[in-house]
Design a protein around this ligand. Structure first.
Ligand code: NDP
Length: 308
């Protein structure tokens, strides 16, 4: 395809196959992708950068609806068309892990990649979700993962990234609750080699362990809360009093879990800042500009796109 006039349309593999835009292009692949606010965040940051650094004037970020069945082909074409990088969202993060030429050592134990950088040898995979989580927790809740007991809800892809980040930053202890025991056991086995002496325990959300510590940071990494009809991922009143509750979900901005936490007088934060900071770190990997410099513009754009 020739240069699209707007970076906002939802593009397809066919658009990619005929790509001939001359400038530096970035992309996000997802299925579905139409609700993604990543183009708004990244293009705002790039426009801001271009004001002082003309080399970014032709950088643009595009979104593509890519079905997992065609992900390998899409990554191959994207590489041939020399896109500078691509973000991967649901359901591509784990599938792509085995399809990249190299993986950043910090992303290795996560087993999932959300940011790919073009290199001569092929895609280099990174994972910026853990960075985004740690930055958001610090910014919104004034808490550091280091030295804090963590109660992590969920055992899917996002929970896996969160668990690795908490352990790599040396949290005090890690308690993981998940509905399906098999998935919980699989996550516990994956992270056991990197626990490095930090106590790690798994439990069912309906059977709260007696020795759970007070003052824990509760992190919801389940998708329970995306819909009004979803059950609460845990009963907060059954836990020793936590320090705060962080929900990775940002749409809706106030999940039932966050409402319950607020009614208990607990500090809360949703996942919008995490989205911003993981995006800023991805743009740092592609541009060399520090994420901390990019994040404020991306934050403003994300909030405008969400109408909050
Ligand atoms: P996965 O599908 O990989 O995992 C889903 C998890 O949620 C599993 O642990 C699953 O449990 C649990 N779950 C699903 N439905 C329910 C339910 N009704 N009750 C209890 N548990 C449930 O998803 P991801 O890990 O990729 O994403 C999880 C959430 O994190 C999503 O809401 C996503 O939007 C959000 N996210 C936010 C990011 C951000 O930047 N803010 C970044 C990444 C993710 P089980 O094993 O029992 O099926």
């Amino acid at each position: 395809m020739s240069a699209p006039t707007s970076p906002d349309p939802v593009l397809t593999l066919a658009d990619l196959e005929s790509w001939s835009r001359p400038g530096t292009s970035l992309a996000v692949f997802g299925h579905p992708i139409k609700h993604s606010i990543s183009p708004a965040m990244h293009n705002a940051a790039l426009a801001d950068l271009a004001r002082t650094e003309p080399r970014f004037a032709d950088w643009r970020y595009f979104r593509f609806e890519i079905h997992p069945d065609v992900l390998p082909r899409a990554l191959e074409v994207l590489h041939a068309k020399q896109f500078r990088g691509v973000n991967l969202t649901v359901p591509h993060k784990i599938i792509a892990f085995d399809r990249v030429a190299a993986v950043d050592p910090a992303a290795q134990p996560v087993g999932a990649v959300n940011t790919l950088l073009w290199t001569d040898a092929g895609w280099r995979g990174h994972n910026t979700d853990g960075y985004g989580l740690a930055a958001a927790v610090r910014e919104n809740l004034a808490l550091d993962l280091a030295g804090t007991p963590i109660v992590l809800l969920g055992a899917g892809g996002a929970a896996r990234g969160a668990a690795v980040e908490c352990l790599q930053r040396r949290c005090a202890s890690l308690w993981i609750a998940n509905r399906t025991r098999e998935n919980l056991d699989s996550l516990l086995a994956t992270i056991a080699p990197i626990a490095g002496g930090i106590p790690v325990r798994g439990f069912a959300p309906t059977e709260i362990p007696r020795d759970l510590p007070t003052g824990a940071l509760v992190i919801n990494a389940t998708s329970a809360g995306l819909r009004d009809t979803d059950p609460l991922p845990i009963d907060l009143t059954a836990l020793p009093r936590p320090a705060a509750v962080f929900d990775m979900i940002y749409n809706p901005p106030q999940t039932a879990l966050l409402k319950a936490a607020t009614s208990l007088g607990l500090p809360t934060a949703n996942g919008l800042s995490m989205l911003v900071h993981q995006g800023a770190k991805a743009l740092e990997i592609w541009s060399g500009i520090p994420a901390t410099r990019l994040a404020p513009t991306m934050n403003t754009a994300a909030r405008a796109a969400m109408g909050v």
